[in-house]
Ligand binder design. Sequence first.
Ligand SMILES: Cc1cc2nc3c(=O)[nH]c(=O)nc-3n(C[C@H](O)[C@H](O)[C@H](O)COP(=O)(O)O)c2cc1C
Length: 454
Amino acid sequence: MTARKRQLALGVFLTRHGHHPGAWRQPGSAESGRPDFRYWAGLAKTAERGKFDTAFFADFVGIAGDSTKGIERRHAFLDFEPLTLTAALAAVTSRIGLVATVNTNFDHPYALARRFAAIDHISGGRVGWNIVSSLADGAAQSFGVEQPLSHAERYERASEFVDVARALWDSWEDDAFDHADRDSGLYLDPNDVHPVRHQGRYFQLSTVLDAARPIQGHPVFAQAGNSEVGREFAAKYAEMIYAAAQFIEEAQRFYADVKGRMARHGRDPDTLKVMPGLSFAIGSSRQEAQDKFAALEAAVDFSGELNLMGQDVSGYPLDGPLPDLPEPENGKGRWRQLTELARRENLTIRQLFLRFNAVRGHRVVIGTPADIADQIQDWFERGAADGFNLIPPLLPSSLDEFVDLVVPELQRRGLFRTEYEGTTLREHLNLPRPRIASAAPSEAPAPPALAAVS
Ligand SMILES: Cc1cc2nc3c(=O)[nH]c(=O)nc-3n(C[C@H](O)[C@H](O)[C@H](O)COP(=O)(O)O)c2cc1C
């Protein structure tokens, strides 16, 4: 991490047609849901043309289970499993960071650590991991999970997962494979390998990772939980947070809260970039921008299943108030935001859907490029954000507009880079490169084969 002027970070959350539920019916969005790698490559290159820090790929693995209710009216979200997509995009881009979501409930630290290590090398140090631990009923059914872990246990498992993965990435010194000596026959120095022995509640392993240490040391860790335990997890591990806030006061509270928790974990608050989501509609005049967004809202279909942040509300009157519903096990923080907005502004289910659900609780700014830059600057300068995770309503058109119209405005104001300075995602975000921990977790006696090389 080097001392430099604080710089805005920009990322974009990429999906198939854009984020608005009305998107796929608009001319500015992808025409079909057929998997198409060239389309994704085009999006990533546009974001790279805009000098963005990251392109981000979510993953809601198995979330719907076997339910096909309302499926005929929902557009495709992603075409490809995110890590696979990230690996392919690494080959057709050269600078932008690529953040893939992987859920810790359905993977193993060893299997995941080697995949991330591979992609970090393939990309030249540009990969990030959005660590999620959500466990929707459908996902549990998809993987045959009979006794789902509680919310707290899932975060506990995620912590152990990340600790073990970090130790695995530290299996080898950074330059372990740089000293092969053909004359002496020594391929490497046995002092450069650090076996991992771990006996925990969720994982037990004694091993050495079969992959060189990632270029970045570890992938950049992103996280998006909003609950108490989610925030604590973020304060301990996250280097980027994908947040969601409607109002600056709420964003400032969140920002101060998570950064305030970091000292307890021995961390400098600058090593965490808080990135609220930002949705937008851009016009050459405010009226044009409003008309654009209104066209999107008009394309929303209310005739199928109506799901508000994971809860089916189709049985209630669309133009009536939100009934009292039990808090869901997944997404507690977002559900509280939604119910607070509903009560505060007395919104009907339809209004709530359009205001909150359609953009999943993210702030929407509708206006000219200067209006949008003003909002970004305001939140950035008033302790609400270190950067933004853009939530383009339509893809590809909204991203093109942002890159062509808003990025130059941010650059003119000296808020955003005009050229990449470094090559890795850590360098873009000015994050420290993790050093190898002096002692890897080691609670079990070493098995003889590994003890021989330790
Ligand atoms: C911008 C953003 C992106 C997210 N992406 C994912 C995702 O890809 N997969 C997932 O399971 N959850 C995703 N989430 C949800 C969070 O990771 C988290 O599971 C959820 O907020 C529940 O955590 P909590 O109970 O701590 O609030 C995302 C949330 C936000 C705000």
